[in-house]
Design a protein around this ligand. Structure first.
Ligand SMILES: Cc1ncc(COP(=O)(O)O)c(C=O)c1O
Length: 409
């Protein structure tokens, strides 16, 4: 008889994983990158150059450049963050992490304990929300409008919590190309957010992994850059701009908190080859690469929007996003996306359902998130046609007449 490990697992552990069933044929989930957008030859050349020049470093834990990560990569980030996000920092302010998911874990481990309260956008990245659930955190979701997190609602929430004697541990925000709504918090709201954070004594945790992917190439300064009181933790990633499988992200933060993250990062350093290759590649190619990537992603978004308009007509409501890799779509109220997800999967189409990406389950019940970076244009068109057919069979929408209405409009 097989050994019973289950009896040894501590109470409160997450449920066991299910074996990976593979991707569906039409995969609109998971925030993958575009395989055709990867500059494989340049990445290979960068790895070759870096290895030839200083491959001997791989013989040492942490490449002999200290526990905060490969120094040339941090030096690239100093320049990049200054140019793109108006962040003034030095390599000593940066910690390289194994993907920003590790950054989330480190910040959570450093600051949160069961029963704590965190504020974030009402619709929010599933990986962040799951982590709060697992840690037993009370999450207060702030509604968004087209300009991102609503500051009146944030103020109300902070005041309400204060009245109850609750001081939230931080305000987590994906301010620039928010996941899943793709909204960008404007300059004035950033100022208000910082003013509120200061007056309530609550720090800000800025998750910025999509900020390079606005179609215009423009973005407001990072909240970190605007703070005058060292109350912001800034986090970024190479997953969305280069490749998620590399697992390289970074945290920029005051030493008072960075030193705590470092104490919790007990993995003896993130992958060395990835950091060396990225440093080499990014110095020469990053800026041009993201220009190309934005064009690719926008073209795919346009294919997705055209497919939704054609297949769903007015039954699919969404705002055209200013950047990113996903579309947050509202379907008619009678569509239960939990049921839609299962039926779509059986037909080979994988989607993210709203309630997993939101604190407000009722508001998100008929919403879905569609990632458009990795499927091909044909897969987008065919996948959306199948999704519409499944939705029609299950819920009677979109009706065929609504398609005709939209085409004539
Ligand atoms: C808002 C947000 N934060 C963090 C992550 C994790 O990214 P990484 O691959 O850097 O761990 C994602 C991935 O989708 C994300 O959307």
């Amino acid at each position: 008889m097989a050994f019973d490990f289950a009896s040894l697992v501590p109470a409160g552990s997450p449920p066991p994983a299910v074996r990976w069933p593979g991707w569906a044929k039409y995969n609109f989930t998971f925030g993958n990158n575009d395989p055709d957008g990867l500059a494989i030859a340049d990445l290979a050349a960068a790895a070759q150059t870096a290895l030839t020049r200083e491959g001997r470093r791989l013989a040492e834990y942490r490449l002999n450049t200290g526990p905060q990560g490969y120094k040339p990569l941090r030096e690239f980030l100093v320049k990049k963050l200054k140019r793109d996000a108006a962040i003034d920092c030095t390599a000593d302010d940066i910690l390289i992490v194994s993907g920003s998911l590790q950054g989330l874990d480190l910040v959570n481990a450093a600051l949160l304990e069961r029963g704590d309260t965190v504020i974030c956008e009402r619709d929010c990245y599933e990986g962040t929300l799951n982590r709060y659930t697992r840690r037993g955190i009370n999450v207060v979701g702030i509604p968004l409008d087209q300009g991102g997190m609503r500051m009146d609602a944030l103020e109300e929430a902070l005041a309400g919590l204060k009245a109850k004697g609750v001081r939230p541990k931080f305000i987590y925000t994906i301010a620039t190309v928010q996941n899943p709504t793709a909204t960008v918090l404007g300059l004035d709201r950033r100022k208000t957010l910082l003013a509120l954070a200061e007056s309530y004594g609550v720090p800000v945790f800025e998750d910025d992994c999509y900020a390079d992917l606005t179609w215009s190439g423009e973005r407001p300064p990072a909240i970190y850059a605007m703070s005058t009181s060292q109350n912001v933790i800034h986090m970024g990633s190479f997953s969305k701009t280069i490749a998620p499988a590399l697992r390289v992200g970074f945290v920029v933060a005051p030493w008072s908190i960075l030193s705590r993250l470092l104490a919790l990062k007990t993995d003896a350093g993130s992958g060395g080859l990835e950091q060396m290759m990225l440093a080499e590649y990014c110095e020469a190619h990053f800026a041009d690469h993201v220009v190309d990537l934005r064009k690719r992603f926008r073209a795919k978004l346009d294919t997705l929007v055209a497919a939704l308009n054609e297949q769903f007509g007015t039954a699919a409501e969404f705002d055209y996003p200013p950047g990113g890799i996903f579309l947050w779509v509202k379907l008619p109220d009678n569509v239960d996306t939990m049921k839609l997800r299962d039926a779509a999967l059986a037909a080979g189409v994988q989607i993210n359902l709203g309630p997993e990406w939101s604190i407000d389950k009722a508001h998100s019940k008929s919403r879905i998130r569609l990632c458009f970076a990795s499927p091909t244009h044909d897969e987008i068109r065919d996948g959306i046609a199948i999704l519409a057919e499944v939705c029609r069979k299950q819920f009677g929408v979109p009706t065929r007449s609504s398609n005709i209405e939209r085409r004539q409009a």
